[in-house]
Design a protein around this ligand. Structure first.
Ligand code: CA
Length: 313
């Protein structure tokens, strides 16, 4: 018998359970903790530079509203697309907050005398290359193109810029340690068929009402939808809540999505495993991991806590 098969650990926005999301220290920590993949979310600035941020907005993770008061749009939000890279470099990054300024995860990193900054996609890939060269452990990357259709409406096509950066760092073949992820199914078609991208692709599966993309996730999750997906992508990244149904009494039942995806040859990498934010119906992080890993046999998982083994007992 070989070693037990375990899912690949994708450090969601870095070790974001411990340090502010998407900062280089959060990525370094995730690397040290043994993550198999480090995630990047990619958004474009006013001057078409690609930066690593989860949102198309700056206001939930930086002090933009203080430094650039008055630069919000009519909805009150501060958009990455409205700021140049040099302006964005001046911002200080903090733990994610709600609209009212309170922390989303009150028990996470609390110090406010440390200074964290936003960096570019290129800088992050250079940083990861350096970590691997010095430490000698290989790690994969897991970049996401955020809101490609929205960016095109804003006058920038992120996909070719994104693929150029990957190529510059030697990522281009199917066997390279990279998964490209997107919520927009049409963008993944474009990446595969128009840009002839050979790298592994992951279709993220959210809820239609999130408005992440003009994609019908209910249809994608049907047998026919999964079969069509399997013609172009290597796997799906479903929202964790899609993996199960909860009965009125509280009992958790497998939704069948993982098995259906596996039947089409698709890998399944659900998001997001957080020990401080469990999905409904689970009493502990260990119970959640047992369900996803032991019962459903997911192939990978996105987690804010890449030191998973420590938390799975
Ligand atoms: Ca992401």
């Amino acid at each position: 018998m070989g070693p037990p098969i375990r899912p690949v650990i994708i450090a969601h926005r870095g070790a974001s359970g411990y340090l502010p999301e998407h900062t280089l220290p959060a990525k370094a920590l995730a690397y040290t903790m043994g993550a198999d993949y480090l995630e990047q979310d990619v958004v474009a600035t006013r001057d078409d530079e690609l930066v690593v941020l989860h949102d198309i907005h700056l206001d939930r993770v930086t002090d933009v509203a203080t430094q650039f008061a008055g630069r919000s749009r009519v909805d009150g939000r501060y958009y990455v697309r409205d700021f140049s890279l040099s302006e964005i470099r001046q911002l200080e990054v903090h733990e994610r907050t709600n609209a009212d300024g309170t922390p989303v995860y009150p028990d996470r990193f609390k110090r406010n005398d440390e200074v964290f900054h936003v960096h570019t996609f290129t800088e992050e890939l250079a940083f990861i290359a350096e970590l691997q060269a010095n430490e000698g452990r290989a790690v994969g990357i897991y970049p996401e193109i955020k809101r490609p259709a929205w960016h095109r409406d804003e006058g920038v096509d992120v996909t070719p810029l994104f693929l150029d950066v990957l190529r510059e760092f030697g990522y281009e073949s199917h066997g390279d340690p990279v998964y490209i992820q997107c919520f927009d199914d049409q963008e993944l078609v474009r990446i595969r068929d128009i840009y002839n991208c050979e790298m592994k692709l992951i279709q993220l599966v959210g809820q239609n009402e999130w408005g992440e993309a003009n994609t019908d996730y209910d249809r994608l999750c049907t047998t026919e939808g999964l079969k069509q997906l399997a013609e172009r992508v290597d796997g799906i990244g479903p929202w964790i809540n899609h993996l199960y149904r909860q009965h009125p009494g509280g009992r958790i039942e497998d939704s069948g999505l993982v098995a259906n995806a596996h039947a089409q040859g698709l890998a399944v990498h659900p998001f997001t495993f957080r020990k401080d934010d469990l999905p409904p119906g689970f009493e502990s992080f260990a119970e959640l991991l047992r369900f996803a890993v032991d019962e459903l046999s997911v192939d990978g998982l996105f987690t804010d806590f890449p030191d998973l083994a420590k938390n799975s007992k």
